[in-house]
Write a protein that binds this ligand. Structure first.
Ligand code: ATP
Ligand code: MG
Length: 404
């Protein structure tokens, strides 16, 4: 039924000089994500990417639909049938009737035809083509119905089925579906960033949001052996493999902060311990990030979600960082975050039980409004520079590949 997938991109098309680079990045990404799922030749013409299938498909494979929906840079896409440049109305309507009949639920429904005539040599105008093809499809579909009543009708305002005809110079394309993509920009259209990845639900989603805007990620995770075990690390690797589906081969940095946590426990007021620990994380992340030419730190903080995510806390944590700290989930509700985590398939990994480095040291009453000055004062009890340098020296690096 389908022999081509038409892919439409959005903002990327506005990028002038950089368009070519972005378009190539998107094509690379499409090839990577569809490897093994579809057999096709890719070609591009103004404003579209065409995946020309090597054999006709009855249905588009669900895995391929899912992959394209999540691929940064795609606005929407349609599995379509190409009829050649010179197909007449009878031929168009014949194929279109088959597409429409398939979309009809229980022999009833309304439809409408919309025509986009990019090829001005085609002998009729767009409204004429829509009207003629619409009439023919209506008759063909209703004649072939087996149920007692004829039930395909026209509704130009809110049709159940929208049949689209794209009349182009190279071919006429017909389709009835537009799958919504995630929009955004293709990978590498922004510079790279360092994602602080815990084993929780939020930070993987924050990472996805950044990739969706074209920023490739390096990942940094802090752990506290022996209080956190191999299980927590496995979770982090599993989540990273999921993110690598979008990110490609990914550098994962593991930083041991057991010593830092012990020192904080020993020397600092307990209600400030989480804030101070986060500040230490920011220092390590900033130095690591700068040394790897990464332009920002990304976290999964969402305003007010927990005590350490008040504005005062976020401010005090940010002031310890030399790189900008980006928080793409700041204004999202937990339910929205969970729904995105399900989409990118990190949710089921994130909810596996594990020991978090912070839950072990969690104070009974963490301070909700730790301002920078008093925090810095309390922190003076720590050999900050020494601890940061020591942690940086001990960072381990792994290479993560996608789990597909
Ligand atoms: P998440 O679901 O991402 O764990 P959270 O709601 O549990 O977030 P916190 O535990 O307060 O929130 O962490 C806030 C952010 O700090 C996380 O989203 C993450 O970016 C970063 N972070 C927390 N713990 C770690 C860790 N062990 N390693 C790296 N980053 C971390
Ligand atoms: Mg957490």
């Amino acid at each position: 039924m389908y022999d081509v997938i038409i892919i439409r991109y959005g903002e990327m098309g506005l990028k002038g000089k950089n368009f070519k680079k972005f378009s190539l990045a998107l094509q690379q990404d499409i090839k990577r994500r569809l490897a093994g799922l579809l057999d096709y030749q890719l070609d591009t013409t103004y404003g579209r990417i065409f995946l020309r299938l090597n054999s006709r498909l009855e249905e588009m494979p669900q895995e391929a639909v899912k992959s394209l929906k999540l691929l940064p840079g795609i606005v929407n896409f349609s599995p379509a049938l190409s009829l050649g440049p010179a197909a007449d109305l009878e031929k168009i309507a014949g194929s279109a009737a088959k597409l429409v009949a398939r979309e009809l639920k229980q022999n009833s429904g309304t439809f409408k035809v919309e025509t986009n005539r990019a090829n001005k040599d085609y002998p009729l105008t767009s409204p004429e083509i829509s009207r003629e093809v619409g009439g023919l499809v209506l008759r063909k579909v209703n004649n072939s119905l087996t149920a007692p009543q004829q039930e395909l009708t026209v509704d130009v305002h809110e049709p159940d089925i929208l049949l689209e005809l794209d009349i182009r110079k190279d071919s006429i394309y017909i389709f009835t579906r537009r799958y919504q993509g995630s929009g955004g920009l293709p990978l590498d259209s922004a510079e790279s960033a360092l994602l602080l990845l815990s084993a929780g639900i939020d930070s993987p989603v924050a990472g996805w949001q950044m990739m969706r805007r074209g920023a490739r990620l390096n990942i940094l995770h802090f752990h506290t052996p022996p209080y956190t075990g191999e299980k927590a690390l496995e979770k982090v690797r599993d989540i990273s493999r999921r993110l690598a589906r979008f990110n490609g081969e990914t550098r994962l940095f593991l930083s041991q902060i057991t010593k830092i946590q012990r020192e904080i426990q020993k020397h600092c007021q307990s209600d400030y311990s989480i804030t101070i620990l986060r500040r230490m994380m920011m220092r390590i992340a900033s130095r690591l990030g700068a040394s790897k030419n990464l332009q920002a730190i990304v976290t999964g903080d969402s305003l007010g979600q927990v005590a350490s995510q008040t504005l005062a806390n976020l401010r005090t944590i940010s002031t310890a960082a030399d790189l900008p700290v980006l928080r793409p989930l700041l204004t999202l509700d937990k339910q929205d975050i969970i729904s995105q985590a399900r989409d990118i398939q990190t949710y089921n990994i994130s909810i596996r039980p594990h020991q978090d480095c912070c839950t072990i040291f969690i104070p009974e009453n963490p301070i909700t409004r730790p301002y920078p000055e008093p925090t810095a004062e309390i922190e003076k009890a720590l050999p900050v520079e020494e601890l940061v340098t020591d942690a940086l020296e001990k960072i381990e690096e792994e290479t993560i590949t996608a789990d597909l």
